[in-house]
Every structure is written in structure tokens, then in C-alpha cells.
Design a protein around this ligand. Structure first.
Ligand SMILES: *[C@@H]1O[C@H](CO)[C@@H](O)[C@H](O)[C@H]1NC(C)=O
Ligand SMILES: *[C@@H]1O[C@H](CO)[C@@H](O)[C@H](O)[C@H]1NC(C)=O
Ligand SMILES: *[C@@H]1O[C@H](CO)[C@@H](O)[C@H](O)[C@H]1NC(C)=O
Ligand SMILES: *[C@@H]1O[C@H](CO)[C@@H](O)[C@H](O)[C@H]1NC(C)=O
Ligand SMILES: *[C@@H]1O[C@H](CO)[C@@H](O)[C@H](O)[C@H]1NC(C)=O
Ligand SMILES: *[C@@H]1O[C@H](CO)[C@@H](O)[C@H](O)[C@H]1NC(C)=O
Ligand SMILES: *[C@@H]1O[C@H](CO)[C@@H](O)[C@H](O)[C@H]1NC(C)=O
Ligand SMILES: *[C@@H]1O[C@H](CO)[C@@H](O)[C@H](O)[C@H]1NC(C)=O
Ligand SMILES: *[C@@H]1O[C@H](CO)[C@@H](O)[C@H](O)[C@H]1NC(C)=O
Ligand SMILES: *[C@@H]1O[C@H](CO)[C@@H](O)[C@H](O)[C@H]1NC(C)=O
Ligand SMILES: *[C@@H]1O[C@H](CO)[C@@H](O)[C@H](O)[C@H]1NC(C)=O
Length: 548
């Protein structure tokens, strides 16, 4: 059955390859119009025929959006409700008689595409690539106001607007990178799985403005990417230089799936074919995109040929998606002297760099650096750099091979499998991390929270005397462990049921939010602890002012 419907979709999409360039409808789209992925009117074309709004293939089904029509491939520039599941061929798009634009799934669910209270009396797919709903001559909704990963000529990104990369060129769902135009006037690229702090930024336009009136990122019709404010001259961020021999040209600026912001030109060669040029790239090397390789892995290679590898002692979370990070291939912390017969060793790697967020720094010789890690149960890797030995515990992020890094990393690995139970001293030491974190987390909200934390975990004398920097580091680290899916790091060898641990840590992270409005009410904390109330995913911990 699944195979049969898959085949049907395949056949249908093959049919569309032939049919898609046939203009279906020009100009004004009247109320009562409808699209279906299996009918003649799969899309509404702009008058030039270069842009279309409608159904395009996505996974085993279809999504709704706007694309540049033509060979070699259609280029999607906007997607409606991009994180919704693809729909099947029984779905329809309606510009209803009541002036609403929505998608009706085969099951009969109606999802608004344009969420406006006003009702439209017509719609248009414009030659600019903007899809607009009109009441008379006034635009009541336009796709240009809801950018996904791309801006086109005439489209404005204003402050607080964000481009979010797609998963891949064939999957338009929200991907791994964001590019907000911040309220400080700066356009900054971050990995989505981060707190968007300055340490997380890997590219920025350096266009700080005090006056955000009229702050505007846009592409002009010569293909220049400009940042504008009312008070200052526009700043040129990038320019297109390819002349296209005076042929029809479409420019677009896209935060690509690999996290790099690029400016493209599409030159019309003949009726159906475009030649696509990269006019400008914010970065040349994918390895300079922070988070290109996720936690516990490092980036190698130049240009757009980057690859990710796990550190020694780690294995891929998802072997088919090498950028998705790695987990430690042994769950127990281990160190020399905990049990006879176990052999631990370090594997050295030169020229590795990653985020320098060590828990301990030693003034020691290179020879002693690896040894010090071996003896330290918390240590996963020691980095010898600038004649000092820095010790780290996973998760480690932003790793790359960098021939300019004069570093030696010592990764602790276990040379024989099967870890025996831990010695007494280790248990005492590693318990600290969870207790201290929870003490801070719950102490920060109220005494009651604190009491709940203690009684839930049956811990007696808790030392919560932690200095402010430690507090920030611990909760940031706890958050990193949470997003990396490595909560076990918080408990090390303790025997805690994973679900209650996750619940506790999520509540804890909510309790330490800097914005009091995000912190849960006490009565909700109790309900959450009981499990009778869902716990929202905690926002990232942002201990510093957001700027880049
Ligand atoms: C697109 O990517 C998202 C996130 O990785 C995934 O959940 C979704 O299933 C993908 N969609 C398709 C059609 O492959
Ligand atoms: C066109 O799409 C195919 C299949 O998705 C892909 O392999 C190819 O690289 C694309 N070509 C261009 C120029 O984007
Ligand atoms: C439509 O917008 C309103 C106000 O912005 C919001 O509350 C509502 O959830 C939105 N509805 C949908 C279906 O997105
Ligand atoms: C269209 O706009 C006019 C003027 O703003 C308003 O009076 C009218 O109610 C609107 N029509 C609809 C259908 O919303
Ligand atoms: C973009 O901004 C300019 C200048 O502020 C304005 O004239 C134009 O209408 C805006 N475009 C859109 C699509 O809102
Ligand atoms: C910008 O967005 C943030 C988060 O969505 C919001 O809290 C803030 O009020 C917005 N700022 C402005 C000036 O709209
Ligand atoms: C493009 O058009 C301009 C003015 O119409 C002309 O001066 C120029 O020579 C043309 N360029 C090419 C490459 O045809
Ligand atoms: C259009 O141009 C492309 C690329 O130059 C070429 O492969 C194709 O055959 C041309 N098509 C027509 C109809 O001329
Ligand atoms: C190494 O440093 C040199 C000189 O500063 C620079 O040109 C080169 O791009 C750097 N290489 C890498 C991989 O960062
Ligand atoms: C790192 O790479 C450089 C080459 O750029 C090399 O000279 C050096 O020996 C390597 N190792 C260390 C530890 O710096
Ligand atoms: C994990 O480590 C064990 C030995 O400790 C090894 O047999 C296994 O292949 C490793 N798994 C991966 C995915 O590297």
C-alpha cells in the first residue's frame, strides 16, 4: 500500500516535470479559486511566468510555497507553514469565497496559509515573487512579510525578523541555522541550537545602529544587498557583478542549509532555463560555520566539502547524518585507579580547536597534560595550548581541524570494554554536579522549589554555596547537556530514572531563566513534578547581554 502510493506520487511528480511550465493562470486570482497537486492548476503563475505559488513535491508528498520556475530545478523561495508534515495528493489550496487562504488536507483539516483577520477580495502572484492578498487595492497580507530562508528584490527584513535555513535543498523545514536582524541593527548568524550569544555567532554584518527607525535589509534591482536606516547612509553588504548580458535576472539572498548566507543571481538563458551564479558568500568554508558539526564532533575539509568526524571515544548519533553530532561511547565516567585490570589511555590529536570552556586549567608540561586527564574522572579531553593544560568534560562543541591551531588534544579512551562499578570516591565526586545544579536551579526560584527538589531526590545536607560565575557556567552547561541529549552527564554514575531526571532538569532550567515571566508558577511546578502538567521546552540560558 505504502509502496503503491509512493509509486503514484512518483508518477505524478514525473508528470508535473512536463506540465509545470505551462501557465495555468495569470494576473488576478478571484475568490473561489482552488489548487490541487493532481489537477491542471497545481500553481498560480506570476504574469511573467517566472514565479509560481502552489504545490511542490516534498518528501513523499507536497508542500505549499513559492518558487522560481524553470530548469535545471525549480528554486523554492518561500514555504507556507514549513514545519508542517507534507500533505498527500488529496490536499487542496483554497482562496475561499469568504476571502480566506487555506490548505485543506486530504483528511479535511484546514490550515490557514495567510493568518489575517481582514478578508481578501482577490490575490496575486506578483512578478517580484511576492504573493499578495488584496482588499481592493490595499495589500492585507503578503508573503514578503513572512520570510523563511530567502529574501528577494523588493523584500525587506526589518529588525526582529529572522531568516531560518532549510534542512536541505529538498526539505524546506526549519534547519540548523538562524540569521536574525537584531534590534541592535546587526545581522548575525548563529546555530539554532545555541543561546544566540556573541560566542555563538559565526558571521555578522557589523552594522550596529542606535537608531533602529527604518532599519531594513533589502536587495535592490541591481542585486546589491543593503542595510538601511533613516539616520545613516545605506551600508553595502554585498554586490552582484555578473552582467547576465542584459537578460532577465532574478536575485535572491538565502541562508543556505549549510549555514552560509549567499547572494545568487538567476539569469534567464532561454524560455525555460536559468543559469545560477553565486554572487557572494558570507563565508567560504563550511567549517567556519559554528555548529556545522554538532556536539562532540569536529569539522574537516575546505570550502563546501566539509565533513564531520567523531572525536576518539565517541560515536555518531546518526551515522547517516554525519553533522548530527556524536555521543560518548561509554556512559560511565572512568579514570585510572578506579578498578584493577582496566586500561585507559589517551589518544592525541594535533591542530584541533573547539570551544574553550574548560572546568580546570593547569600549569603543567605537555607530558603531564594527558596523564592529568587520565587521572581525573571528570575529564573527557585535555587540550594543551599556550603551554597550559585545559581540561574539559563533554559535550564539547564547535570543533574543527585547524592547521593554525597550535594545540594538542588528549582524548581519554577506554582500551578494554565493560566498565566495572565505580569506586566510592568517584560516586561522591560525580554526585556533585546534579546536586549543585538542582540546588541552584530550585534555590533560584523559591524556597519551596528548593524543598521539593530536596525531597524528590532524598538528598540531605546540600552545599549550595556556589559563586555567581559558577552558577552561570553550571546552568549553561546543564542547558548544553540538555540540548545535546546528554543529561546523563549531569548524574554520571547515579542510578536515576531517565524520565524523572529529564523532568527535573527541564523544570530546573525553567526556574533559572533570567526572564521572570518564563519561570513557572509554584503551583505549576508541583503539577509538573507530579507529571500531570506538560513541561514546556526551556528556552536557552542567556546569562550575558545578547550582542555580537
Ligand atoms: C525534513 O526535515 C525534518 C527535520 O529533520 C524532518 O522532521 C522531516 O521529516 C523532513 N521532511 C521530509 C519530507 O523529509
Ligand atoms: C537539481 O535537483 C537534483 C535532484 O534534487 C539535484 O541532484 C541537482 O543537484 C539539482 N541541480 C541544481 C543545479 O541545483
Ligand atoms: C493567527 O494569529 C493570531 C494572532 O497573531 C494567533 O493568536 C493565532 O494563533 C494565529 N493562528 C494560526 C492558525 O496560526
Ligand atoms: C476592505 O477595506 C475597506 C476600507 O478599509 C473596509 O471598509 C472593508 O470592510 C474591507 N473589506 C473587507 C471585505 O474586509
Ligand atoms: C520595503 O521598504 C521600502 C522602504 O521602506 C518600502 O518602500 C517598500 O514598500 C517595502 N517593501 C515591502 C514589500 O514592504
Ligand atoms: C523582538 O522579539 C522579541 C522576541 O520575540 C520580543 O520579546 C521583543 O519585544 C521584540 N522587540 C521589538 C522591539 O519588537
Ligand atoms: C546592456 O544594455 C545596455 C543599455 O541598454 C548597453 O549599453 C550594454 O552594452 C548592454 N550590455 C550587453 C552585454 O549587451
Ligand atoms: C535552454 O538552455 C539550456 C542551457 O543552456 C539548454 O540546455 C536547453 O536546451 C535550452 N532550451 C531551449 C528550448 O533552447
Ligand atoms: C591560517 O592562517 C593564515 C594566516 O593568518 C590564513 O591565511 C589562513 O587562512 C589560515 N588557515 C585556516 C585554515 O584558518
Ligand atoms: C599544526 O599544524 C602545523 C602546520 O600548520 C604544524 O607545523 C604543527 O606541527 C601542527 N601541530 C601543532 C601541535 O601545532
Ligand atoms: C563502542 O565501543 C565498543 C567498545 O567499547 C566498540 O565495540 C563499538 O564498536 C563502539 N561503537 C561505535 C559505534 O564506535
Amino acid at each position: 500500500m505504502a509502496l503503491a502510493s509512493g509509486l503514484l506520487v512518483l508518477i505524478l511528480s514525473l508528470l508535473f516535470v512536463g506540465a509545470r511550465t505551462q501557465p495555468s493562470q495569470f494576473g488576478k486570482i478571484p475568490l473561489g479559486s482552488q489548487l490541487s497537486p493532481i489537477s491542471e492548476t497545481r500553481s498560480w503563475l506570476s504574469p511573467s511566468g517566472h514565479f509560481a505559488f502552489g504545490f511542490f513535491s516534498q518528501g513523499n508528498g507536497f508542500a505549499v510555497g513559492i518558487w522560481v520556475v524553470g530548469q535545471p530545478n525549480n528554486t523554492v523561495v518561500w514555504t507556507a507553514n514549513r514545519d508542517d508534515e507534507p500533505v498527500s495528493f488529496g490536499a487542496t489550496v483554497h482562496l475561499s469565497g469568504e476571502g480566506k487562504l487555506f490548505l485543506r488536507t486530504e483528511q479535511g483539516n484546514e490550515n490557514l496559509i495567510a493568518n489575517v483577520s481582514e478578508v481578501a477580495d482577490s490575490a496575486s502572484m506578483l512578478d517580484s515573487g511576492n504573493f499578495v492578498l488584496f482588499n481592493g487595492s490595499s495589500a492585507i497580507w503578503q508573503s514578503f512579510d513572512h520570510p523563511t530562508d530567502t529574501i528577494l528584490v523588493g523584500q525587506n527584513l526589518t529588525f526582529n525578523d529572522t531568516l531560518v535555513s532549510s534542512v536541505s535543498s529538498s526539505n524546506q523545514s526549519s534547519g540548523r541555522f538562524i540569521l536574525p536582524l537584531q534590534t541592535d541593527g546587526n545581522l548575525v548568524a548563529y546555530p539554532k541550537k545555541s543561546a544566540s550569544l556573541s560566542v555563538d555567532a559565526y558571521w555578522s554584518s557589523n552594522t550596529y545602529r542606535n537608531d533602529k527607525k527604518g532599519l531594513n535589509l533589502y536587495l535592490n534591482n541591481q542585486g546589491f544587498l543593503l542595510m538601511d536606516t533613516v539616520s545613516a547612509k545605506p551600508v553595502l553588504l554585498a554586490r552582484s557583478s555578473y552582467s547576465c548580458n542584459n537578460k532577465t535576472t532574478i536575485f535572491r539572498a538565502t541562508l543556505d542549509a549549510d549555514g552560509i548566507f549567499r547572494l545568487y543571481s538567476h539569469c534567464l538563458e532561454n524560455k525555460t532555463s536559468w543559469i545560477v551564479h553565486i554572487e557572494w558568500s558570507a563565508l567560504d568554508d563550511q567549517c567556519n560555520v559554528l555548529g556545522f558539526c554538532d556536539f562532540n564532533s569536529y569539522c574537516t575539509g575546505k570550502g563546501t566539502n566539509a565533513d564531520c568526524s567523531c572525536y576518539p571515544g565517541f560515536a555518531f548519533n546518526e551515522p547517516s547524518e554525519r553533522f548530527s553530532g556524536c555521543y560518548k561511547n561509554v556512559t560511565e565516567s572512568f579514570c585510572t585507579g578506579t578498578d584493577e585490570g582496566e586500561i585507559y589511555d589517551v589518544i592525541t590529536m594535533e591542530n584541533i580547536s573547539f570551544e574553550r570552556y574548560s572546568y580546570s586549567v593547569l600549569d603543567t608540561k605537555k607530558e603531564n597534560c594527558g596523564l592529568s586527564c587520565l587521572e581525573d574522572c571528570l575529564c573527557d579531553v585535555a587540550l594543551y595550548i599556550n603551554e597550559r593544560c585545559e581540561k574539559y568534560t563533554a559535550p564539547i562543541r564547535f570543533g574543527k581541524k585547524d592547521i593554525n591551531a597550535t594545540s594538542i588534544a588528549f582524548f581519554k579512551v577506554q582500551t578494554t570494554p565493560a566498565a566495572p562499578p565505580m569506586g566510592q570516591t568517584v560516586i561522591t565526586e560525580s554526585k556533585k554536579s546534579l546536586i549543585v545544579f538542582l540546588a541552584i536551579a530550585f534555590g533560584a526560584v523559591t524556597f519551596l522549589c528548593f524543598v521539593i527538589a530536596i525531597s524528590t531526590f532524598c538528598v540531605s545536607s546540600v552545599e549550595a554555596d556556589v559563586s555567581a560565575p559558577d552558577e552561570i557556567n553550571l546552568s549553561s552547561w546543564a542547558y548544553q547537556c540538555f540540548v545535546a541529549g546528554q543529561l546523563d552527564k549531569l548524574v554520571k554514575d547515579e542510578d536515576v530514572e531517565f524520565e524523572s531526571l529529564e523532568r527535573m532538569v527541564k523544570i530546573g532550567l525553567l526556574c533559572v531563566q533570567h526572564d521572570p515571566a518564563v519561570r513557572p508558577l509554584i503551583k505549576n511546578v508541583i503539577l509538573m513534578l507530579e507529571g500531570s502538567k506538560d513541561i514546556p521546552t526551556p528556552p536557552s540560558i542567556a546569562p550575558f547581554n545578547i550582542s555580537a
